[in-house]
Structures are given as structure tokens and as C-alpha cells.
Design a protein around this ligand. Sequence first.
Ligand code: AFP
Length: 339
Amino acid sequence: MDHAADAMRTDLMTITRHVLNEQSRFPEARGDLTILLNNIVLGCKFVCSSVSKAGLAKLIGLAGETNVQGEEQKKLDVLSNHVFINALVSSGRTNVLVSEENEEAIFVESSKRGRYCVVFDPLDGSSNIDCGVSIGTIFGIYMLKEGASGTVEDVLQPGTAMLAAGYCMYGSSCTLVLSTGAGVNGFTLDPSLGEFILTHPNIKIPKKGKIYSVNEGNAKHWDGPTTKYVENAKFPKDGSSPKSLRYIGSMVADVHRTLLYGGIFMYPGDKKSPKGKLRVLYEVFPMSFLVEQAGGQSFTGKQRALELVPAHIHDRSPIFLGSSDDVEEIKALYAAESA
Ligand code: AFP
């Protein structure tokens, strides 16, 4: 890269400019999605700033604890949830919201209601906050069906009905990865400008990867196909090199690496937890949407992940996602088992 030329760049593709460009592909668009995404971006900037100051500001701690000023401290995940709910409601474009932090769906009051439903995990991987590991926000966006009044049924739709999805990773830099259904683009926050700048245009996941990513501590409980896949990754029978294991335990960071470097990320179902751990609406669907948009695949052990229809807003599902060839391999193992 020519760093001097890069530093001189004056024609920056900000995320707002990118979304407006995408909008111009749809002459009938009224700009509602652009406004909604702008508010999500604002939420991400706010959370990014809070995460980076967490140690200093003593934001880490149990919700309900009081700080030295006698004020009640909010845990970062509680704070992030409030930030996103406020940003989404104040956009005037949302109708039904589902947050990992709220047991029930949130129905936006009529004066602020719009046509979109947003499902989100405001701070995924929050058990990693105290040791400074990358964590993130994950979101997916649906549009209300024609004539729908805004009930929980409006978010209990398959992932194929999602219009847009993304995540923001709070790591060594703050990176927002977004798809509005026409490919995947990554933006990095320039703190001096306060703007997300397009740094990873048109992300394509490698067809085959050299990394597998799974919590191997659960191996004792795995089913046959998962066990065989991992065995084969470590001791390939075709003479190829073994795969490397990388597992952060923070889905945004693990999926981000998988998108950029290729390979497979898995959170399988097992004998202890047949449905795995990860939540369909705000973990499995948005990440599967992004991976498919980048040319990869996402599979539950039974079907294409995006074709699941959740029965409840906090449903879980096993998930295998990543490079197309790697997911094909696990699909073949499940097919062989059920033959
Ligand atoms: P936390 O939000 O409780 O840290 O959970 C993170 C997460 O939902 C997801 O981000 C990880 O991929 C997954 O759980 C890790 O789970 P294990 O700790 O069971 O491997």
C-alpha cells in the first residue's frame, strides 16, 4: 500500500455515503433504511467509546453496584442495550425490537413507529470484557410485511427474509461490517474524523480455509459428524496439512477472522445442549446472512441456517459457518450419518 498517497486521500467513502449510494439503486426508496442505519452507526460509536474507556471509567462491574459518586453503575452490556434501544426508537423507523438483553420483544410507541424490525445483541461476548478481548454488537433488520401491525410474529421470520445485517467489532480498531443484500463491506472508525471509512470493500470469504474454530472443551459431548470433522482437521487422511485451531469465544471476533481468512466457525449442538448455545435471531441469522453474502455457507447440522423459522425470539440453534468447501465437508458428514 502507498501510505503517503493513502494519507493524502481526500475522497473518503464514509459509511453514510456508501449507504446512500446503495439506496440510489432503488428509486422508490424513501431513505428510511439509511436513517435507521445512521442511528445504528451512532449506537456503535457510542458503545465503542464506552468499551475503550471501560477500565478508566470503572464501567466494568455488576449492574446495581454503586460507584464512588454513589451513582448506580451500569454494566457495559446493560449500558449498550440502553444506547441501542434509544438510537433505534429515536430513528422513528422501527416497530418491533428484539434484544438479547430483554426477555420480551419491545414494541415502539405509535408516535415513533416505522416499518422496520431490528433484532440485536448489543454487546456479544461480554464475558470477555474484563480481559480486553474483542467484543461486538450484532444486528439484523427486517421490514414489516404489507398490512402487518407489529407483533412478535413479525420477527419470527426465517433469516432469508432479513433485509440487512451487520456487526461492529470493538477491538484494536472499531470495525463495522455491513450487508444490505448486495455483498459485504467493512468500515473502520477513524477516531479523528468520528466516521466509519470503507476499508474492506466487497469482502469475499476464501473458498477453503486453513482454520477451524470451536470450543474443544465440549468435545466429550459432541455428536459423530462434529467429532469426525475435527479429527479430520487435525489428522487429514488425504495428506494435506492439518488445520490450525483459533477460538476466541467471542462470536464477532471469531466470525470476523473467518470472513477475512476463511475456515469454519462452529458452535454445534451436543448431548448436553442439543440446540447449541447461539441465538437464532441475533447471532445465527445476521452472521449467516453476512457469510452467505460473502460467498460462504451456513448450516445447522440439518438445513441451511437462514431457512430456519424461529418459534420464540430467544431460540437457539447449532451453527457451522464459513468457507464454502469447509461447510460442504461437515454437510457431507451429517448426510452420511443420516443415510
Ligand atoms: P458471552 O456474551 O456470555 O460472553 O457469550 C458469548 C457467546 O454468545 C458468543 O459470542 C461466543 O461465540 C460463545 O458465546 C462462546 O461460548 P463458549 O464460552 O461456550 O465457547
